[in-house]
Design a protein around this ligand. Structure first.
Ligand SMILES: Cc1cc2nc3c(=O)[nH]c(=O)nc-3n(C[C@H](O)[C@H](O)[C@H](O)COP(=O)(O)O)c2cc1C
Length: 155
């Protein structure tokens, strides 16, 4: 199987998750892990599983991730498997009640990424998933790389 993991990352945390996902597939799977701003159309050719991940920025995916998703022609993922993830802070653990409230009201990036992949014809093999950073610049919460690898293995 050919898989492509597309990600964006400002501080390196989403990149680490993307690489953990890419490294978790069985050896028969041909995997490429590519930054969203660097994906070339030919890298999508023959891909059977497309995984897209982004840091959550202002309750949505990053600009580069959105640009990549918008560049997918309609129905271009028809017959392909897809999965979406993000990195995020745990709004429930914020000290400020305002941030906790905001966390309840607003979404993270993974769900809209998943919706965009479905809109292009992809079939989500797993519900969109979020991986936690301890703070804006990281580090990742302990155990998240392992959880990302397990998430990928369950696809
Ligand atoms: C400008 C900005 C906006 C952010 N907005 C959110 C947000 O809405 N929700 C959230 O959970 N985390 C938010 N974060 C935290 C990011 O999710 C966190 O920086 C990211 O997961 C780190 O991943 P990276 O190292 O791959 O960039 C924001 C961070 C920045 C710098």
């Amino acid at each position: 199987m050919k898989a492509l993991v597309v990600y964006d990352s400002f501080f390196g945390n989403t990149e680490k998750i993307a690489k953990a996902i890419g490294g978790a597939f069985d050896p028969q799977t041909q995997v490429e892990v590519v930054r969203a701003s660097e994906v070339k159309p030919e890298q999508l050719e023959g891909v059977e599983l497309l995984v897209v991940g982004s840091p959550t920025r202002q309750f949505r995916a990053s600009e580069a991730t959105l640009a990549f998703l918008n560049s997918l022609p309609p129905n271009s993922l028809k017959g392909k498997k897809a999965a979406a993830f993000d990195t995020r802070v745990d709004m429930k653990k914020q000290k400020s009640w305002l941030l906790r409230l905001i966390g309840k009201l607003f979404r993270y990036a993974a769900e809209p990424i998943g919706a965009a992949l479905e809109k292009s014809g992809g079939k989500l093999v797993l519900p969109p998933e979020g991986f936690f950073v301890e703070d804006t610049e990281g580090p990742l919460r302990e155990g998240e790389l392992e959880r990302a690898a397990a998430w990928a293995k369950s696809m």
